[in-house]
Design a binder for this molecule. Structure first.
Ligand code: ADP
Length: 397
């Protein structure tokens, strides 16, 4: 069975074609600048790469080009579109309308468009544009929606509710939904495999630390709490997002800076986080360079990030009544030793101790960075969201 995984943004479309028998990526690539001048498709297959500089006025043209690239000359991995058994689409927000991976039907599409767009106005309309393009080009191929929020659907009410009027929660669906679910699901499952245990036996805190960062408590294989909220703005400070902030401070700031409510939210999403604190960059590689050059605000940004992440690890250990394993994943989690060290420092009382030397090594794949006498296993696990989307799509079929 071959599954095409599609992740559509407003002007981009990333894809992978995965053979489910081997879980091997047959082809991958992405279209950029869809609907803008200078659109480009970078396509890889058979270990080779080809670049197509072609006009892509719409996502429909983009997906047509992707399908042609999958069958093109030396990067061809299929002979016909019919070899693709299904398409799995990444969708950011589900609200309470969908709690698991869902096959697309006209009713599903209607709910997605009418109910979820306002929950993720930047992401869900783009995903549906990609989805509609695929339906048009591949009308007979089953389409599945795989939500970032699904893995968090097991959170208990006490964890996902905000302290607002309960009737308002019921009426408007304002609650914590969580994001990065496919990543948290993947790395917690891989951690159990690596440790030779069943997921039911483990209490794991997964730290997905990238441009967007979220931390999740996985108890017995199920999410019981997570740091992102109604939107991905909540939790720890991130590349450009503020993370948690007192709602009254937002009103105060908006008044002082002469911003409307939506301008203030945009500011918190785009101009804050480690970029705002450091005044240098949202990229952790730049922050590390800044620290090496004696920049105190870069040091502060890194300290805040590690400190806030550590606090959630502790909070989630308390929520689960124990901790067996911490997993680091995504760009920062996989590549930034000083953040991992900063998060684990001071958690010895929970039985967390890392091997500083192993932590500092730069290498690929799953790594156990815990010290020999650490009660809690500390692992680095490269995430693979596309594989989860493909697996969920295949399971649904
Ligand atoms: P996104 O949320 O966009 O998927 P990533 O998971 O790619 O984000 O994470 C991006 C962050 O990871 C950046 O802050 C970047 O500095 C950091 N990072 C550190 N080292 C690396 C590396 N070797 N490769 C990629 N990202 C890295």
């Amino acid at each position: 069975m071959k599954i095409l995984v599609v992740n559509a943004g407003s002007s981009s479309l990333k894809y992978q074609l995965i053979d489910m028998a081997t879980e091997k990526v047959l082809a991958k690539g992405g279209c950029e600048r869809i609907g803008i001048d200078g659109s480009i498709l970078t396509a890889k297959g058979n270990g080779k790469e080809k670049i197509y500089k072609k006009d892509m006025p719409s996502h429909k043209v983009a997906i047509q080009l992707v399908l042609a690239a999958l069958q093109d000359g030396e990067i061809a991995v299929i002979k016909s579109m019919d070899e693709i058994d299904a398409v799995g689409h990444r969708v950011v927000a589900s609200g309470e309308y969908f709690t698991k991976t869902t096959l697309v039907t006209p009713d599903v599409l209607k709910t997605l468009e009418e109910k979820t767009f306002e929950l993720a106005p930047l992401h869900n309309p783009a995903a549906v544009t990609g989805l509609r393009a695929c339906i048009e080009v591949m009308p007979k191929t089953p389409m599945a929606l795989v939500f970032d929020t699904s893995f968090h659907a097991t959170m208990p009410e006490k964890a996902y509710l905000y302290g607002i009027n309960y009737d308002d929660y019921k009426k408007y669906g304002v609650r914590k939904y969580g994001f990065h679910g496919t990543s948290h699901k993947y790395v917690s499952g891989e951690a159990a495999k690596f440790l030779g245990k069943r997921p039911e036996e483990l209490k794991i805190v997964t730290c997905h630390l990238g441009n967007g960062s979220s931390i999740t408590a996985v108890d017995g294989g199920k999410c019981v709490d997570t740091t992102m909220g109604f939107t991905p703005l909540a939790g720890v400070l991130m590349g450009t997002r503020s993370g948690d902030i007192d709602a009254s401070a937002v009103e105060f700031l908006a008044k002082k800076k002469g911003m409307s409510h939506s301008e203030a939210v945009n500011y918190l999403n785009k101009d804050c986080g480690v970029k705002g604190i450091s005044g240098v960059s949202s990229d952790f590689r730049d922050l590390e360079k800044g620290v090496a050059n004696g920049n105190d605000r870069c040091r502060l940004a890194l300290e805040m990030f590690s400190y806030q992440t550590k606090k959630f690890v502790g909070a989630f250990a308390a929520a689960m009544g124990g901790l067996d394993c911490i997993v680091f994943t995504a760009g920062i989690g996989e590549n930034t030793p000083c953040v991992r060290a900063g998060v684990c420092e001071g958690l010895e009382f929970l039985g967390v101790k890392i091997n500083e030397k192993v932590n500092a090594l730069r290498c690929e794949g799953i790594r156990d960075i815990s010290a020999e006498n650490s009660k809690v296993k500390v692992l680095i696990i490269p995430t693979n969201e596309e594989l989860v989307i493909a697996r969920e799509t295949a399971e649904l079929l």
